[in-house]
Design a binder for this molecule. Sequence first.
Ligand SMILES: Cc1cc2nc3c(=O)[nH]c(=O)nc-3n(C[C@H](O)[C@H](O)[C@H](O)COP(=O)(O)O)c2cc1C
Length: 187
Amino acid sequence: MKTIQLPAPKTLGTLTLEAALKARRTNRECTNAALDDAELAALLWACAGLTTEDGRRTTPSTLDLRAVSPYVLRADGAWRWNAAANTLEQTAEEDVRKVSTAYQFEYVEKAPVTIVFVADQERAKNARPTGVYVDAGTMGQSCYLAAAALGLAGCVRASFDHEELRKAMKLGEKLEPIVLFTCGRPA
Ligand SMILES: Cc1cc2nc3c(=O)[nH]c(=O)nc-3n(C[C@H](O)[C@H](O)[C@H](O)COP(=O)(O)O)c2cc1C
């Protein structure tokens, strides 16, 4: 399985937080054009980037367990983001974006990037069961705000077959895909 070094995240620009909050919108109308890796790195940094030497992140985590991590679905497979190294570590070689569309719009089969927030339920076993879902929710909002700052179209999605996607991404049984953020250039 491959590892890809991502470039430094693209700057999130000069949009004020207030402006980003106002601009945040679900937009399912995106083209199939690939995102730059620097844009992808910016989205990943926004949702789970490290901001302190002891590993605190841009988003909060239940009991400080950091049990939810972003994975990436693209045409070239499924990948786990290693935040410390800013690398993508491949978990599956196949294009599994279509598996994230079980009950949903066909556009996500071709949208260039879907970020999957995956809970490590073994790591979270002593937390309240709802904790990791809240973690993932905050990550989704960070992706929305980063997409607004980058001028990208995005949508949080929870309606998919979680078990089928877990298997397609070749994740262990304790790793649970919770929610997705599908992103691309606005059509
Ligand atoms: C937890 C959650 C799950 C969602 N699941 C889906 C989904 O499966 N498919 C979809 O198209 N939109 C989904 N959405 C997006 C909502 O439809 C969208 O946020 C809502 O229509 C409000 O639009 P806005 O985000 O532009 O304010 C979801 C949003 C949230 C917060």
